[in-house]
Design a protein around this ligand. Structure first.
Ligand code: ADP
Length: 329
């Protein structure tokens, strides 16, 4: 995850809840992708470390556990950069230029000059991030699938040069990573566009109860309901999407939907109940987050210790890679 701002409910349902489940099934590595934050935010780096620590507090809040999973910082394992450089030697530039997110992001972030090598190389740095741990699976959304296809192509090309396998012998060299696609809901924001920090339509995991209440009160609902007695539409209405996602009281949600459709409930009641449900869901996250933040130096220590553990594995991979490239002195 890139430390580019506060984490919100979209990150919770789209990533963190899934990551939390994976930690009891796999050896998981979760990292603060601080160099990746630089690929688009190179002009303004002052907040990266603060965001990183705040994001990790949110991970712990969401139930990720540094005892079960390795939490590390990309720039604290500089071998990622070494492998990235070596992968560059065998990667044709057109392979990177045709990655769909490359052109899309250039267009979306037109106010930034993204004509850098760093931005073009983003998916190749991701490749290094993954293969340096011999990772078999990467939990990602659909939009990242082409990045993993690129990773596999690059790994195959790299292995062809440096880890040739005689006919019939078992494969060796870098591991080809696969996408672990978990269908996740795309959570709408307060304005019914995708929840995203760039739209300023988020409910953040660190928002207090009063802030959540105020934000829910401004949420987009059915615009044709200018009065409470006009029948409303539930489908595609973010207030009800949220009720379905965050309110465990199914009877209450069904009753609100029925009365909304019949024009027998005011928005104030629907939203007040929603704010209570979201706050109840966030309370344990807030508690774990606050406890982690209250321990002086704890989050830095988690990242330093985790980065040491990650680095041991990264160094081992790089030993093999340097030997394969015959750069051993
Ligand atoms: P980046 O770190 O590239 O800027 P984002 O902050 O947009 O990415 O998202 C990080 C992760 O959170 C991604 O896995 C993405 O799928 C997930 N995510 C972000 N926003 C939402 C949302 N509104 N609904 C569901 N998942 C989301």
């Amino acid at each position: 995850m890139r430390p580019t701002g506060k984490l919100h409910l979209g990150h919770l349902v789209g990533a963190l809840q899934n990551w939390e489940k994976l930690q009891s099934v796999y050896d998981c590595f979760y990292f603060v992708a601080d160099w990746h934050a630089l690929t688009s935010n190179y002009a303004d780096t002052g907040d990266i470390v603060e965001n990183a620590l705040d994001n990790v507090a949110d991970w712990i809040g969401a139930g990720l556990d540094p005892e079960k999973s390795v939490f590390f910082v990309q720039s604290m394992v500089p071998e990622h950069a070494e492998l990235y450089l070596l992968l560059q030697m065998v990667t044709p530039i057109p392979w990177l230029e045709r990655v769909p997110t490359y052109k899309e992001q250039m267009e979306q972030l037109a106010e930034k000059d993204l004509s850098s090598i760093g931005f073009l190389g983003y998916p190749l740095l991701q490749t290094a991030d993954v293969v340096i741990y011999g990772a078999h699976w990467v939990p990602v959304g659909e939009d990242q699938v082409p990045h993993l296809e690129l990773s596999r192509e690059v790994v195959r090309r790299f292995n062809n040069f440096y880890f040739p396998v005689p006919e019939g012998a078992p494969p060796r060299g870098l591991v080809e990573p696969q996408a672990l696609l978990t269908p996740v809901p795309r959570l709408p924001g307060l304005d019914n566009r995708k929840m995203s920090k760039s739209y300023q339509n988020t409910i953040d995991l660190s928002d207090d109860a009063a802030t959540v209440k105020a934000k829910v009160r401004q949420m987009y609902t059915d615009p044709k309901r200018v009065r409470a007695d006009i029948p409303g539409t539930v489908e595609g209405n973010p207030v009800f999407t949220y009720h379905d996602a965050f309110n465990p009281d199914v009877a209450e949600v069904d009753d609100l939907k029925a009365r909304y459709r019949a024009g027998k409930v005011g928005d104030v009641e629907v939203k007040t109940k929603l704010a209570s449900a979201v706050n109840a869901m966030l309370d344990p996250i807030r508690e774990r987050r606050a406890a982690a933040l209250a321990r002086p130096g704890y989050l830095r220590e988690v990242l330093v210790e985790g980065s040491k553990r990650a680095r041991l594995i990264a160094l081992e991979t790089m030993e093999q890679v340097r030997a394969a490239i015959k750069l051993k002195y």
